[in-house]
Ligand binder design. Structure first.
Ligand code: ZN
Ligand code: ZN
Length: 170
């Protein structure tokens, strides 16, 4: 696989205003802590970067990639491998005001590693599960309800009935 790209030199593309380029790159991602667990993404991920030079100067960018995470299911703790799809856009227009500056672009250089990391963190699901309908663990004894769907506990008898049973009728 190709080398990972951490910083991409946009200026070196030599685009003229209105011109665009589509590039296949490799981004690097680090493991992350999420909900008290550590999740490891694939270390090297193929990514598609689209660069357009805007007619008024500056760049419009789009970054897309998909990554498979591995770590424990947050319901049943078995291995989970959710696929996370990332599709992010950035605009950087010098002179266009604060909101039109991208934090990832500085002087024609794109901080691809930082952008990929942030876009990926935003695309994470709210909960990592091994499968959508994971039944999780029994809250009383911790048994996996995926493996034992009929699992149930005898209801504790009402203590008032226990008292009644102690009574003896002669
Ligand atoms: Zn699960
Ligand atoms: Zn149980």
């Amino acid at each position: 696989m190709a080398q990972r790209t951490d910083v991409f030199d946009l200026a070196a593309l030599g685009l003229t205003p209105g011109e665009g380029r589509r590039l296949d790159l490799v981004v690097g991602l680090d493991p992350l802590d999420f909900g008290g667990e550590t999740y490891a993404p694939e270390a090297l991920v193929p990514a598609r970067l689209e660069v357009s030079k805007m007619t008024g100067g500056g760049y419009a960018l789009r970054l897309a990639f998909a990554v498979v995470l591995s770590g424990p299911c947050q319901r049943c703790l078995e291995a989970a491998t959710p696929r996370v799809e990332v599709d992010a856009r950035e605009v950087d227009q010098p002179g266009g005001g604060e909101e039109l500056r991208s934090p990832y672009i500085d002087d024609g250089e794109l901080d691809l590693a930082a952008w990929a990391r942030d876009a990926y963190a935003l695309a994470l699901p709210t909960q990592v599960v091994c499968r959508e309908d994971c039944a999780g663990l029994c809250p009383e004894c911790g048994v996996s309800l995926n493996e034992d769907p009929g699992h149930a506990h005898e209801r504790e008898p009402d203590p008032r009935w226990a008292k009644l049973r102690e009574l003896r009728f002669e």
